[in-house]
Design a protein around this ligand. Structure first.
Ligand code: 13P
Ligand code: SF4
Length: 337
């Protein structure tokens, strides 16, 4: 097998743009190379469930946003390669400043995070000085720094319920998750008008038809979906929650309304069961997150090899963003989440 480890002519770096212009030797076994580099560098690969199957298969830990944050906080590795999107890698850096945090493609953003620019949000928040700000983890460090507590889809309800009933709250940036938590807790949180492009694409009509064609299938959905879609669901939860549900539930068929990457672990955990991705409202593969899918095994290999692109952050911003993260992790630990 060809070894191109020191052959820079084949791997042209375009680091200032945050990505690699590559021509990797196709005979290279990237799975083996990545394993070797992980050991050499004492690196850990953390991957979100929306990553492509190959990346999930080389990861040391796969999880939802809460699990990934907890893992990023507790790891002893020197390098964290975050196979996810920018806000996730940034969160790992906020929690673990002494580690080198790498993201295979710096352009892996998030439509939900983009829907809440900190400058605009600050103006909005200043109008409600008596409100506490609970912010979904899918946001920038700048947004985190403006927040009182961060939450994820798996602890949002508990975090809201941990506050006194009469405490006015602003919930940002996901209006769908916010509306769902309002319904579950009977609160009336003020919602920022943000959403995820992937979870708003599902077609109610096509899901209804699919349910008729598969009467025994359970319909499960992520709380970033819109209310009419959630109203049809047998179970609503974070990616980890959805995966667990498919393992524990006795049904053999599931219609899954979230990003399609999660189906890989569902199928691996329950090979005898059938998983059907909920259809989008047009014929494209719009329930694939275009940002999550920017990461590839090749970029992961190069990023680990050259230790770039790296996430860096202003220390003042990091400390301000860490405070609401610490509060979230503290409340989660209290509830055993
Ligand atoms: P969870 O994995 O925390 O449910 O989040 C889903 C998501 O949209 C991540 O971008
Ligand atoms: Fe952001 Fe939605 Fe992609 Fe998650 S699935 S990273 S919320 S755009």
């Amino acid at each position: 097998m060809a070894d191109i480890h020191n052959d820079f002519s084949k791997e042209k770096l375009v680091l200032e743009k945050g990505f690699f212009d590559v021509d990797i030797d196709i005979s290279l076994d990237l799975f083996k190379e990545i394993e070797k580099l992980k050991k050499e560098k004492n690196a850990i690969i953390l991957a979100h469930y929306y990553q492509e199957p190959d990346i999930q298969d080389v990861a040391d830990y796969i999880g939802d946003s809460l699990g990934l944050s907890q893992k990023a906080q507790s790891t002893n590795a020197d390098i964290i390669v975050f196979a996810g999107v920018h806000f996730m890698a940034e969160t790992a850096k906020i929690l673990n400043p002494s580690k080198k945090v790498l993201l295979p493609d710096l352009n892996a953003g998030c439509s939900l995070s983009d829907s809440a620019p900190p400058e605009l949000f600050k103006k909005f928040k200043d109008k409600y000085p008596d409100h506490l700000v609970i912010t979904y983890i899918n946001c920038s460090a700048g947004m985190k720094a403006l927040s009182d507590i961060i939450c994820t889809s798996s602890n949002a309800q508990k975090i809201v319920e941990s506050l006194p009933k009469d405490q006015p709250i602003i919930f940002a940036p996901d209006k769908n998750l916010g509306a769902y938590i309002n319904k579950k807790t009977g609160r009336n949180m003020l919602l920022w008008n943000g959403a995820c492009m992937v979870h708003e694409i599902f077609s109610l009509e096509k899901i209804t038809k699919l349910k008729i064609r598969h009467p025994k299938a359970k319909f499960i959905a992520h709380p970033e979906c819109e209310e009419p879609v959630l109203a049809l669901a047998d179970y609503i939860g974070s990616t980890t929650g959805l995966l667990k549900y498919t393992i524990d539930d006795s049904s053999n068929e599931f219609i899954v309304a979230t990003e399609t990457g999660i189906l890989h672990q569902m199928q691996k955990s329950s090979p005898q069961k059938t998983f059907i991705p909920a259809p989008p409202n047009n014929s494209c593969a719009c329930n694939d997150c275009p940002y999550m899918k920017l990461n590839t095994l090749e970029k992961l290999y190069l990023c680990l090899k050259y230790e770039s692109p790296e996430i860096t952050m202003d220390e003042e911003l990091r400390l301000a963003a860490k405070k609401p993260m610490d509060r979230m992790l503290q409340i989660s630990a209290q509830y055993g989440l």
